[in-house]
Design a protein around this ligand. Structure first.
Ligand SMILES: NC(=O)c1ccc[n+]([C@@H]2O[C@H](COP(=O)([O-])OP(=O)(O)OC[C@H]3O[C@@H](n4cnc5c(N)ncnc54)[C@H](O)[C@@H]3O)[C@@H](O)[C@H]2O)c1
Ligand SMILES: O=C(O)C(=O)C[C@]1(C(=O)O)C=C[C@@H](O)C=C1
Length: 369
């Protein structure tokens, strides 16, 4: 499964603990070493996702003996650990990598590490607005893309430990130069975060003062999920990818402006708004092209619940008995005296179909979404 023995996670938050939990689940012989604050380390031991624990300051101890060091802190802290590592001389080769969301600055610093360190930058396109090991999820990386940014000329065999981890957690590796990475994710990750944050940050007082934001439907909730993200993480992303994020925001703002202009010219120029909608339909569909970003393409069903105790269980139990793997469950409507609607997501269409047939045979009203 792995050709290395010891991996050291520096920072043990959401992503590091999710990786550790995935490795632990597989009962591999890899020794997981966690470097973090005493409170986090205590919890990691309780959750049985770390074998050895170290304080940040015990650097000599956690560097020595590592086959892989994965830097999993906010970017500014990754940069400061790279600086500290550059002063050290371990007795044997160590692969150093990181999971930071921007790559150019990190790779510049990493590539200057002296031998016997060797550095390769990386970035999994998987995560959440939540943070800390309390939310660890061993399936977080399944079907996600995972960028690898090796120094030019580095042979893939030199970072095979990282490739083994990426394959093991079910991600697809993508090798990109760091600058190309930063330019790309500015559009598909960093700018959308800023757009979501701005949307949630600008709910007008005329709504908030009356509590009208509660009327928001799924659309507003979906668009603002990541507005709950951590400032500690995003501050560093904004600082280390500023020109690219600004460029992407300018392009998005120009698009918003074009939509605004089209609306202001309705009905005379209705066709312009129509064209924007068609482009939007296409842009959205292009995210889910076959084989592309399949992690997002779930097959969803809604099930009307009966208004009685145990009603959620009566939906989930027959599906569990049929060994259908439900990837996401959401209770969509809960109002007094009105039964709720359960949203179920499946990875495969066959599974969603099988679930629909089972539930319909039990008398449930099931709709495909
Ligand atoms: N959350 C995501 O969606 C996501 C996705 C891909 C990559 N990343 C990147 O992964 C990294 C970690 O993200 P996460 O989601 O696991 O965050 P997290 O907040 O869950 O974990 C961060 C860890 O870093 C530690 N840390 C924070 N400040 C520190 C400091 N000053 N000194 C030492 N340790 C410190 C925290 O204690 C914690 O253990 C970031 O670089 C982020 O850019 C995050
Ligand atoms: O919250 C999520 O769903 C994410 O996956 C977060 C997300 C993203 O934009 O996709 C955010 C930043 C990262 O560096 C990688 C992943």
């Amino acid at each position: 499964m792995f050709s290395f023995q010891r991996i050291t996670f520096v920072g043990f938050g959401l992503l590091a603990s999710s990786l550790a939990a995935a490795i632990k689940q597989a009962k591999s012989k890899v020794i997981i070493r966690a470097v973090s604050s005493p409170k986090t380390l205590e919890r990691a031991k309780e959750l049985q996702i770390a074998d050895e624990t170290f304080g940040y300051e015990e650097m000599e101890s956690w560097v020595e003996g590592s086959d892989v060091i994965l830097l999993c802190t906010p970017i500014s802290v990754i940069l400061s650990f790279l600086k500290k590592l550059s002063q050290m001389k371990p007795s044997r080769p160590i692969l150093v990598s990181d999971i930071g969301s921007t790559k150019a600055e990190i790779c510049r610093a990493g590539e200057s590490l002296p031998a016997p360190f060797r550095f390769v930058g990386s970035h999994p396109m998987a995560g959440s607005e939540k943070h800390s090991l309390e939310f660890n999820d061993p399936s977080l990386f399944e079907n996600a893309y995972w960028f690898i940014c090796p120094p030019s000329g580095m042979d893939a065999s030199e970072y095979r430990y990282l490739s083994e981890i990426i394959a093991f957690v079910g991600s697809t590796p993508v090798v990109f130069p760091p600058e190309h990475h930063d330019q790309t994710v500015a559009w598909v990750s960093h700018m959308p975060q800023m757009a979501s944050t701005s949307l949630a940050a600008n709910i007008p007082a005329r709504l908030l003062d009356n509590g009208y934001q509660h009327f928001a439907g799924r659309a507003f909730r979906d668009m603002t999920r990541i507005a709950a993200s951590s400032w500690a993480m995003w501050k560093d992303i904004a600082e280390t990818n500023k020109p690219e994020i600004l460029h992407a925001l300018d392009e998005y703002i120009a698009g918003l402006k074009a939509t605004r202009d089209a609306i202001s010219n309705i009905p005379a120029e209705e066709e312009t708004l129509h064209r924007i909608f068609l482009q939007g339909n296409e842009g959205r569909a292009s995210l889910f092209a076959p084989g592309k970003n399949s992690s997002n393409s779930f097959f969803q069903l809604t099930v009307q619940l009966k208004d009685e105790p145990g009603s959620i269980l009566s939906v989930l139990k027959p599906l569990a008995e049929a060994k259908l793997n439900i990837r996401d469950v959401e209770l969509m409507k809960v109002r007094e005296n009105i039964a709720g609607t359960l949203l179920l997501a499946f990875k495969k269409e066959e599974q969603a179909n099988a679930a629909r047939v089972i539930l319909q045979s039990l008398g449930f009203v099931v709709t495909e979404r």
